[in-house]
Design a protein around this ligand. Structure first.
Ligand SMILES: Cc1cc2nc3c(=O)[nH]c(=O)nc-3n(C[C@H](O)[C@H](O)[C@H](O)COP(=O)(O)O)c2cc1C
Length: 222
């Protein structure tokens, strides 16, 4: 008897789909180069990539009054692409030891949709910076809103230090050991996403404080 086909959270079958984007708007972005390298590594291991650019889902500054008039098309596009994937990978610059405002603004918009699309979605965080720590502090800050929204952020984050000199002409990380670590990080994340598809997590409600009872009127995620 043949094995049943794996079914994704969005009802799909076959390879898992990974939404990959860089959170930089800059043409020569180091994070976009890292996002492209992640996309290549995912495809090399048989995953399907949906590549998105930050500019595709840029949103005006979040404004509750504006929301009453309707969501910006960028937020709707990001919501749609999140709903269609099994997991997401973001390569984000570190700005002043935190995440870029343009990304936080997009997250704030998307967090207002119901159902809230980050809830229970697996995510992998990457960063690239010319600094010696590769923008890693920014990823710790980025974990906070994602985890708040119920995303399952992979524990191992990858930060590329001295990124302005780190890539070879083919777009790979010139240091073979580091390139190997990057590929292993991606591979391990992909394994988790596939496992989670076959063995869905049981979490159904999320509350912020001990003693708080699930209440659909105030729960931030379904
Ligand atoms: C407003 C601003 C703040 C920055 N703050 C940091 C920082 O805290 N840590 C860091 O490593 N790099 C910082 N940088 C440098 C960025 O890491 C660097 O410009 C990087 O190349 C940006 O990512 P990108 O190449 O993907 O656009 C900052 C850059 C800008 C423009």
């Amino acid at each position: 008897m043949s094995e049943p086909a794996a079914t994704s959270a969005n009802g799909g079958h076959g390879p898992c789909t990974f939404l990959v984007f860089s959170a930089s708007l800059r043409t020569e972005s180091l994070n976009t180069r890292l996002a492209l390298l992640a996309a290549r590594a995912i495809e090399d291991r048989g995953g399907t990539v949906d590549l998105l650019a930050m500019r595709d889902f840029e949103c005006p500054s979040y404004d509750g009054d504006g929301q009453q008039r309707g969501f910006p098309s960028g937020a709707e596009l990001l919501r749609d692409r999140l709903e269609a994937c099994d997991a997401f990978v973001v390569a984000s610059p570190e700005y002043n030891a935190s995440l870029p405002g343009v990304l936080k603004n997009a997250l704030d918009w998307v967090s207002r949709f119901r159902p809230q699309p980050f809830n229970e979605l697996h995510g992998l965080l990457l960063s690239a910076s010319p600094s010696m720590v590769g923008g890693n502090r920014g990823l710790w800050a980025l974990r906070v809103p994602f985890e708040h929204l119920g995303a399952r952020i992979y524990p191992d984050m990858f930060s590329l230090a001295e990124a302005h000199t780190a890539f070879d002409e083919g777009g790979r990380i010139a240091n073979a050991q580091l390139q190997g670590r990057f590929e292993a990080n991606i591979a391990n994340f992909m394994d988790l996403v596939e496992a989670a598809r076959n063995y869905p997590c049981i979490k159904r409600a999320w509350v912020e404080y001990l003693g708080e009872h699930p209440n659909p009127a105030v729960d931030r995620v379904e």
